[in-house]
Design a protein around this ligand. Structure first.
Ligand code: NI
Length: 216
C-alpha cells in the first residue's frame, strides 16, 4: 500500500473502520448536515453552491469539522487510528492540518473540478485521508485520479494532465480509507443516485513541516 501510494499517488486501504464506528460517524454527520438542510443554519464553514434548476443551495463541504461540536468526528482529527495510518504511510511523525466533511447530495452534487490540493510540498510528504461513511461508486461520486501526476512539476497545467490521462476512477466502500498525495491531479464525480455519499477528509503533514496557511 505504501509503495502504491508513492508510485501512483493514491491507494485504498479497505475496512479501516468497523461498521459500528461508521454508524456512529454517520449519525453525527447526518445531524450536522440536517442543520443546513432542515434548520437553515449558515456559516463560513458550510460551503454550498447554487444550481440554476433548484431554489435551495446545495451543501458540498463542512470545513473545520473539528470545531462543529460533533465529538466522534472531532476525535478523528485529534488523534487515534488515522494518525497511526498516516504515520505508517509517510514514515514520519505527523499532525493533522485540515479536516472537513465532504457531502455529495443525492442527484444534485456536481463534479468537483480537476485540481491538485497543494504543490507547496514535495511528493510523498503531505497526504489526505478520505474516510468513507457511504459506499463511493462510479454513480455516487467516487474520486478520480491521474496516476503518477504527483511526481509532475509544480506548474503543470492540470487540464492538460487530465486530457493526456490516463484517468482512473477509484470506488471505495463505507469504512475504507483512500489516501492521496496532495500533489496528485484529481477530481470527484457527480452523484446521480438517490443516496447521499459522505466522506471525512483529513490532511496530514510531518510535525516539523511548515505548510502555507496552517499554524504550527
Ligand atoms: Ni482535492
Amino acid at each position: 500500500m505504501v509503495l502504491e501510494f508513492r508510485g501512483q499517488g493514491y491507494a485504498v486501504i479497505a475496512d479501516v473502520l468497523t461498521p459500528d464506528r461508521v454508524a456512529q460517524l454517520r449519525a453525527e454527520a447526518g445531524e450536522l448536515i440536517s442543520q443546513f438542510t432542515d434548520l437553515g443554519h449558515r456559516s463560513d464553514d458550510y460551503w454550498s453552491f447554487q444550481r440554476p434548476d433548484r431554489p435551495d443551495p446545495v451543501l458540498y463541504r463542512i470545513h473545520n469539522l473539528e470545531r462543529q461540536g460533533a465529538n466522534t468526528l472531532a476525535d478523528l482529527h485529534r488523534g487515534g487510528e488515522l494518525h497511526g495510518l498516516a504515520e505508517s504511510i509517510l514514515g514520519l511523525s505527523v499532525r493533522s492540518t485540515a479536516c472537513a466533511l465532504i457531502v455529495k447530495m443525492p442527484q444534485v452534487a456536481a463534479r468537483v473540478p480537476w485540481h491538485r490540493d497543494r504543490t507547496a510540498a514535495p511528493p510523498h510528504t503531505v497526504c489526505n485521508l478520505s474516510v468513507f461513511l457511504d459506499d463511493s461508486t462510479m454513480d455516487s461520486g467516487c474520486l478520480e485520479f491521474v496516476p503518477q501526476s504527483h511526481l509532475l512539476p509544480d506548474d503543470v497545467d492540470v487540464d492538460q494532465v487530465r486530457a493526456y490521462g490516463p484517468v482512473r476512477a477509484v470506488p471505495a466502500n463505507a469504512g475504507d480509507v483512500l489516501v492521496h498525495d496532495v500533489r496528485v491531479v484529481h477530481s470527484s464525480r457527480p452523484n446521480g443516485t438517490s443516496v447521499i455519499r459522505r466522506s471525512i477528509v483529513i490532511e496530514f503533514a510531518p510535525h516539523d513541516f511548515v505548510l502555507p496557511g496552517v499554524a504550527q
